[in-house]
Write a protein that binds this ligand. Structure first.
Ligand code: AQP
Length: 346
C-alpha cells in the first residue's frame, strides 16, 4: 500500500483496538423451545451473530429454571436439548460463546452482591413474579429474586445489548436501574444494557389470551413434527371479530399476521393483508401460506438438529463456559475490590 493511501492513516496497526460491543441473552431450559422464543429472541440472536459486528454470548440459564418446581434428572436433559436446539437455530459455537449458566459460578455470586443494591419493593412489582406466583401453594424466594440473577447474567459480561422478547423489558429496566445504583455507590463499574427487540417481540399463545409461554401450555414447539405443527397452527386463535369467512379481518390485531411479518416476504405480507381485510381468504388460507413460510425456515434447522452429535455439543459448551469464566473472573475481581469484599488477593 502506498503511503498516500487514505487507508494508511486510518489503519494504524499499533493503535489500541476498541472492544466490540457485547451482546448477551439467555433462555431457560424449561418445556421446549417454542415459536415465541424463536421469533422473539433466538432468531435475533442468530442475526446478531451473522452481522459479526459485536461480541456475542448466549446462555442456557438453568439456575433460573429452578425457581419453579422441577425434576433434577429432567433438567439435565433439558439443558442438553436446549443447547442442541440453539445450535440447530444458528447459535453456532464456532462464531459465538454458547454456555450453561451454572457452569460459571460467578453468576450466582454476583446476584447475591447485586441483591444488596436492589430495592425489595421493585421486585414485588415485577409482572412475571406476580403471574407465575399467583394461586400457587409454594412460591420460592428464587422466583422473587429472579430479576436480580438476570441482572447478574448481563452485568457479569458488561453486555450493552440484550436481545429479548417484550416480556423481559421490565426485568431489563430493573437491571439498568441496578447499574445506576451500583455505580453511584461504588464507582463506574457497569454499563447500562439496552434491550433489542425483534419485529415480533410478543407472540401470542394458541389460546389468544396470553403470550405464548412454556408454562402455559399454549405453544407450538419449534421442532414439532410437521403434521403436529400444522394441526396446532390450523386451530390457532385469530382476529376475534372474524367469526365467519365473510367477515373482514384486521391483520394488525391477528397473531397469524404477526408471524407472517417474521417469515413471509413483503409481497406475501401485503397479499395476505389484502385478502384478509377484503374477506377474500379465510383464516385457514392465511395459515397455509404461513406454514409454507415456516417450512422454508424450519427444514434446514431440522436437518442441522438431526446431524448434531452430543459429544460435539458438550465440547462446545465446555469451551463456551471456559471463555465466559475468563471474563466473569475479571469482572468479579473488580466488583469485590470496589465493594470491599474478601481478605485474600484475587
Ligand atoms: N411469546 C413470546 N413472544 C416473544 N418472545 C418471547 N420470549 C418468550 N416468550 C415469548 C422470549 O424468549 C426468550 C427466552 O425466554 P425464557 O424461556 O428464558 O423465559 P420466558 O420469557 O419466561 O419464556 P416462557 O416461554 O414464558 O418460559 P416459562 O413459561 O418457562 O417462563 C426471552 O428473551 C423471552 O423474552
Amino acid at each position: 500500500m502506498s503511503p498516500e493511501s487514505p487507508l494508511a492513516t486510518t489503519l494504524d496497526p499499533d493503535a489500541p483496538r476498541k472492544p466490540k460491543p457485547r451482546v448477551f441473552s439467555g433462555i431457560q431450559p424449561t418445556g421446549e423451545l417454542h415459536l415465541g422464543n424463536w421469533l422473539g429472541a433466538v432468531r435475533t440472536w442468530r442475526a446478531q451473530i451473522e452481522e459479526g459486528r459485536d461480541d456475542t454470548m448466549f446462555c442456557v440459564v438453568d439456575a433460573h429454571a429452578i425457581t419453579v418446581p422441577y425434576e433434577a434428572a429432567e433438567l439435565r436433559q433439558k439443558i442438553d436439548a436446549f443447547a442442541i436446539d440453539l445450535i440447530a437455530c444458528g447459535i453456532d459455537p464456532e462464531k459465538t460463546t454458547l454456555f450453561v449458566q451454572s457452569d460459571v459460578r460467578e453468576h450466582t455470586e454476583l446476584a447475591w452482591y447485586l441483591a444488596g443494591v436492589t430495592p425489595y419493593g421493585e421486585l414485588g412489582r415485577m409482572t412475571q413474579f406476580k403471574e407465575k406466583g399467583e394461586g400457587k401453594d409454594f412460591v420460592s424466594t428464587g422466583l422473587f429474586t429472579y430479576p436480580v440473577l438476570m441482572s447478574a447474567d448481563i452485568l457479569l459480561y458488561k453486555a450493552t445489548i440484550v436481545p429479548v422478547g417484550e416480556d423481559q423489558i421490565q426485568h431489563l429496566e430493573l437491571a439498568r436501574e441496578t447499574v445506576r445504583r451500583f455505580n453511584h455507590r461504588f464507582g463506574p463499574v457497569f454499563v447500562e444494557p439496552q434491550p433489542r427487540l425483534s419485529t415480533t417481540p410478543r407472540v401470542m399463545g394458541l389460546d389468544g389470551e396470553s403470550k405464548m409461554s412454556k408454562s402455559k401450555g399454549n405453544t407450538i414447539n419449534l421442532f414439532e413434527p410437521k403434521e403436529e405443527f400444522w394441526q396446532k397452527l390450523r386451530t390457532a386463535f385469530t382476529d376475534p371479530q372474524r367469526l365467519t369467512r365473510t367477515d373482514p379481518g384486521r391483520p394488525e390485531l391477528c397473531n397469524i399476521f404477526t408471524m407472517h411479518k417474521a417469515v413471509s416476504d413483503a409481497q406475501t405480507q401485503s397479499e395476505v393483508a389484502e385478502n384478509c381485510t377484503g374477506a377474500k381468504w379465510g383464516c385457514v388460507d392465511c395459515k397455509k401460506v404461513l406454514m409454507e413460510g415456516f417450512e422454508r425456515e424450519l427444514v434446514p434447522l431440522r436437518a442441522k438438529r438431526e446431524a448434531l452429535s452430543m459429544s460435539h455439543v458438550r465440547q462446545a459448551l465446555g469451551d463456551g463456559a471456559e471463555k465466559a469464566r475468563r471474563i466473569a473472573t475479571e469482572t468479579m475481581k473488580e466488583v469485590r475490590e470496589v465493594m470491599g469484599l474478601g481478605s485474600l488477593a484475587t
